[in-house]
Ligand binder design. Structure first.
Ligand code: TEU
Ligand code: CA
Length: 536
């Protein structure tokens, strides 16, 4: 089948924060429909929707209580059908988030499993403790133990994420059958694939104690196990291969070697993966331990994956990461340029680019002042763990400011007025006060805005075979500059990006095709935060 998704720019929508049409402060599907023309003008070909299924919302929809229905806050199944059709009419495809490592604890399956009602008894991972002790020493992604005691069933259940997200039991073939069923349900309605949430941890090899040291104790027992490979092959064989669709797997703690296996054509598992190495350019091991950003760390991670993997996903932001300009870019004088330089990087590396809502506007980290403005379950859990470890309130807040997931989740900034054009009511999460200057309406009118630069870039990419499918070769990588070539036969482009506030020399230049400074002729220097695409 044709790999059309390689050519497309993909746009991630976080529905809660995208556009609210009924004034309840929460984004909805009619809101997404109302912005399809905007998305079309951005040149994107696929929309990835973070979960819109029924959910009690402990983890903003990543805790699903009914996979076959739309949460009423977002609308109805009919709204979803209309979204798929309206998008299609504009040449835009929709992919959904497939969250099947766990369900919500309010899912009927879990409620029946607690009571040992068949066939649900073994849908989840239940264990007796050892006396008063938990079944093992694993720690979860959101901090603390992965075991929770259930009084009704009188056993512990495993949850790698929040308490309200019990892990499904992939030793049970009926669970796999359920997953196939729900995948078909959405594919039959016309979605074009799935972004697969933490898909490389489905199958737990054993429940033995983990090695105590690493941040995620126990991970060696469930990361990219043979069982997971087998399940992915089965889902491809029995479901995905029968549709014109693709999958992109979010794969935690993944190496290029494992990514190669997961995406290898002959193995038939996933089409693409999200890897995380470049997200560590400003932290040590985990995001809560921040270190100063050095451009070279980012360049190196990208170059490594470009070299190792035949095809990558390229992203700088998503709903779990702070805003890229606040991490890798600049504030003040070079803010605007640095947003655009990051955009060049995103659109010119070899792979499928993913833009996260608001990234195209240059949205920044939030400007909250206290913990009660933060809604994210991970932030609150981690704050508690850090407190127990003895970190002061001041240090903890600094960490939240820098790394909380709510940084990326503040409402989309459509205009500079009250409610930012996102809502006429009270938004579920605070709106960044900088919406008075950073917003779609004003940027639309300004030819030099970040938004209009994104439009030029996606248009450029959509027309350029070298950018869409060309080979990658790194030509310069140092503390400031990353330069590389993209080539198909004689069509070769040279890209040079400077993510530093210093002017640097460039050994060779070509005709400028696009630049973030407006310069049309290059001398042998790259200005602070300058990024150019040149003919080679
Ligand atoms: O994220 C998985 C994941 O690895 C994150 O929990 C990550 O460790 C953390 O967000 C970094 O801050 C996926 C979803 O993207 C996330 O929103 C969900 O909370 C999580 O799975 C559970 O479904
Ligand atoms: Ca709403």
């Amino acid at each position: 089948m044709e790999k059309w998704w390689r050519d497309e720019v993909i746009y991630q929508i976080y529905p809660m924060s995208f556009c609210d049409t009924n004034g309840d402060g929460v984004g909805d599907i009619p809101g997404i429909i109302s912005k399809l023309d905007y998305l079309k003008s951005l040149g994107v070909g696929v929309l990835w929707l973070s979960p819109v299924y029924r959910s009690p919302n402990e983890d903003n929809g990543y805790d699903i209580s009914d996979y076959l229905d739309i949460d009423p806050r977002y609308g109805t199944l009919a709204d979803m059908d209309r979204l798929i059709a309206e998008a299609k009419a504009r040449g835009i495809r929709i992919i959904m988030d497939l969250v099947v490592n766990h369900t919500s604890s309010e899912h009927e399956w879990f409620q029946k499993s607690r009571e040992r009602i068949e066939p649900y008894t073994d849908y989840y991972i239940w264990r007796k403790g050892k006396g008063k002790r938990k079944p093992n020493n694993w720690s979860g992604f959101f901090g603390g133990s992965v075991w929770e005691y259930d009084d009704l069933r009188q056993e512990y259940y495993l949850h790698l994420f929040a308490k309200g997200q019990p892990d499904l039991n992939y030793y049970n073939p009926v669970v796999i059958a359920e997953v196939k069923k729900l995948m078909r349900f959405w594919l039959d309605r016309g979605v074009s694939g799935f972004r697969c949430d933490v898909i490389n941890i489905l199958y737990k090899d054993s429940l033995k104690n983990g090695r105590p040291l690493p941040a995620l104790c126990g991970a060696e027992h469930y990361l990219s196990t043979d069982g997971t490979h087998r399940i992915l092959q089965e889902l491809r064989r029995d479901v995905l291969s029968q549709y014109d669709c693709f999958t992109v797997g979010e794969c935690v703690l993944i190496t290029p070697k494992v990514a190669k296996d997961l995406t290898h054509e002959n193995r038939g598992e996933l089409d693409m993966v999200f890897s995380f190495e470049h997200m560590d350019a400003d932290n040590i091991l985990i995001k809560w331990f921040h270190r100063r950003f050095r451009p070279k760390r980012l360049y190196k991670a990208f170059a490594k994956w470009q070299k190792e993997l035949e095809w990558n996903t390229i992203y700088l932001e998503n709903h779990d990461q702070p805003r890229s300009v606040s991490r890798f870019g600049a504030s003040g004088e070079y803010y605007d340029r640095s947003c655009k330089a990051l955009a060049v990087l995103l659109m010119t590396l070899r792979g499928t680019p993913f833009v996260f809502q608001g990234e195209e506007l240059g949205m920044t980290n939030f400007d909250f002042t206290s913990m009660d403005q933060i809604m994210d379950v991970e932030s609150h859990n981690v704050d508690k763990v850090l407190k127990k470890m003895g970190f002061s309130a001041k240090v903890r807040w600094r960490k939240m400011r820098y790394a909380s997931r709510d940084n990326a989740r503040t409402p989309m900034q459509w205009n500079g007025r009250d409610g930012a054009g996102f809502t006429s009511g009270t938004p579920w999460l605070g709106i960044n006060s900088n919406h008075v200057t950073i917003n779609a309406e004003d940027e639309d009118k300004n030819p030099d805005s970040v938004l209009n630069f994104y439009r030029r870039l996606t248009a450029f990419r959509n027309e350029s075979e070298a950018l869409k499918s060309g080979s990658f070769r790194c030509t310069i990588m140092n503390n400031r500059v990353f330069a590389f070539e993209r080539r198909v036969k004689d069509d070769a482009l040279g890209i040079a990006v400077n993510l530093s506030p210093k002017t640097v020399n460039l050994p060779s230049v070509g005709k400028v095709l696009l630049s973030n400074t407006g310069r049309e002729v290059m001398d042998c220097q790259l200005q602070p935060y300058e990024a150019v695409i040149m003919q080679r």
